[in-house]
Structure formats: structure tokens, C-alpha cells
Design a protein around this ligand. Structure first.
Ligand code: ZN
Length: 280
């Protein structure tokens, strides 16, 4: 009786894990952290052609893992509810649902004092500017190019210590604003910022909150953003190679001092950049 129960439990555990763990390759082992603001790596088998995967209306990155199987590398919204989620997998004429579980994650809180009150509560004309800039940036995050990224584990864009982590709940002068959408590096003004994978520059902007900003599209919905730059050394449309310098660290926009704010986005969702750092 006890034995039968144990066998039953073991089989159930295998079923849940099988969606990704079956012969998991390097990408699955390195990136699979299915929590809000994290990444789910879903195994899709080793068919001749790559399946097409959608999640919440957006196309998802599909690449080959080191074990030869196709995997979906799916970004999970920071506001996602823990529990069962579903992706849609299309293989030729066949469409199927692929379920995966999103776990819980608690993120810390931080209180920040800003001297520029306009950066806490923007005036109406500044809000208009922000809305325009926001739409432009959302469009850049929504880009999906068929060509795959040169690498999915990334080099740190600057050498130096990280400060504010991704997901931090932030209170500016006592008022709660959006949680921290990226990872900060506390490095001096002028520090060169390197591109962590090959890509195309899709935005060179000067934004109200983000300051001087560069977006790089690495392909398959994998997008990175670099903000508060002092200087930008690339232009829109430019093709970059891994390691190229795109600009220099500064404190432009809503920044209390020089630092690099770095976002990583998958299928339109900002995810924790620390997940992608090699040798973390
Ligand atoms: Zn930041």
C-alpha cells in the first residue's frame, strides 16, 4: 500500500517536470526559472523544423538547446499570477496547448528620495511626452525577427558591481511607482557599455525618465535596453557585434547618480537580467 502510494507520487512528479526537464540541455539548465519576472524553458522535442510558439498573444523565442531539442525560451510578466499557464505550440497543421507552472517570488522594497518632484508626479505636458515615449518603447519591445540570437547567456554590459536588483518595489518620495524593470550597475560616469550579444539598434532616444537610451534587438523577441547614458556612440539601424561599445554610462533622465539601468525583454515581458548573466 505504502509502496503503491510512493510510486504514484513519483509518477506525478515526473509528469510535472517532463515539460522541460526531459534530457534538459544547457539553455534549460541555465535559464529555467518560472516565476513572475523569470523565464520558462519549455522542451518542444526534436522535430525537423522549429515549432512556432505563442504565449499571451506574443510570439516566443524558439531555439535549439545543447541536447538537440527545440526549446521555447519564454519571458514571464512580473505581474503574472502564480499557477498554471499555457503556451500555444504550432507544428505544421497541428496546434496544441503546452502547460507550465509559474511559482511564487517575493521581491524587496526600496524608498528613494528625488529632488526633482516632476520625476515623481510629472506635469500634464510631461505626461504627454512620457506617453509618446512609452508607446515608442513598447513597439520596440514587441519586435520579432526570425533570425535567432547569437547567444542567450549574456556578458555583463559593464564591468562593476550591481546595485538595485530587478523587481524591486519602489517608493519615490513615499509614493509607490512601477517596480524596477531592470538591473542597475553602480559604475562611474563614462564607463563604456558593451553589447552582450549581436543585434540591431532599434531606438536611440532621449527620454523623460530613462534619459539617453539605446534599444538593441537580438532577434526572436530578445531585446535589451540601456538607459541614463551620458553619451551614445551608435545610430538607429546599426548592426552591432557582441562586445561592441554602444555608449557611456551617465545620469541622464530620472537618476540619482551615474549608473547603468539594463533591461532584458522576452516576448514583450521584462525579465530579470541576472538570469542571463554568465558565471553568476
Ligand atoms: Zn534602474
Amino acid at each position: 500500500m505504502v509502496n503503491r502510494m510512493l510510486v504514484g507520487l513519483f509518477a506525478a512528479a515526473l509528469t510535472v517536470g517532463a515539460a522541460w526537464a526531459q534530457g534538459a540541455g544547457y539553455i534549460a539548465r541555465s535559464l529555467h526559472q518560472p516565476v513572475p519576472g523569470g523565464v520558462a524553458v519549455l522542451s518542444l522535442g526534436s522535430g525537423a523544423t522549429a515549432p512556432v510558439v505563442h504565449y499571451e498573444g506574443a510570439q516566443v523565442m524558439v531555439v535549439k538547446d545543447s541536447d538537440g531539442s527545440w526549446v521555447a525560451v519564454l519571458g514571464i510578466d512580473l505581474k503574472a499570477r502564480p499557477g498554471r499557464h499555457e503556451a500555444q505550440v504550432k507544428e505544421g497543421p497541428n496546434l496544441r496547448q503546452l502547460a507550465f507552472d509559474v511559482g511564487h517570488k517575493e521581491y524587496a522594497s526600496q524608498h528613494i528620495k528625488l529632488k526633482n518632484q516632476a520625476h515623481v508626479t510629472p506635469a500634464p505636458e510631461q505626461l504627454k511626452r512620457y506617453e509618446r515615449e512609452y508607446a515608442e518603447q513598447m513597439a520596440a519591445y514587441g519586435s520579432f525577427r526570425e533570425s535567432g540570437p547569437s547567444n542567450v547567456l549574456l556578458d555583463a554590459p559593464v564591468k562593476g558591481r550591481t546595485s538595485s536588483p530587478f523587481g524591486l518595489r519602489r517608493f519615490f518620495n513615499g509614493q509607490e511607482r512601477n517596480p524596477h524593470s531592470g538591473l542597475d550597475f553602480a559604475v562611474p560616469k563614462g564607463t563604456p557599455v558593451h553589447v552582450p550579444a549581436n543585434g540591431v539598434v532599434t531606438i536611440v532616444g532621449d527620454y523623460f525618465f530613462n534619459g539617453r537610451t539605446v534599444f538593441v534587438d537580438h532577434g526572436q523577441g530578445f531585446i535589451t535596453m540601456y538607459c541614463h547614458l551620458d553619451e551614445i556612440l551608435v545610430r538607429k539601424g546599426q548592426e552591432l557585434k557582441r562586445g561592441d561599445v554602444l555608449g557611456k554610462v551617465g545620469a541622464t533622465g530620472r537618476a540619482t547618480g551615474p549608473h547603468l539601468h539594463w533591461n532584458v525583454s522576452l516576448n514583450g515581458n521584462r525579465v530579470d537580467p541576472a538570469i542571463f548573466l554568465k558565471g553568476k
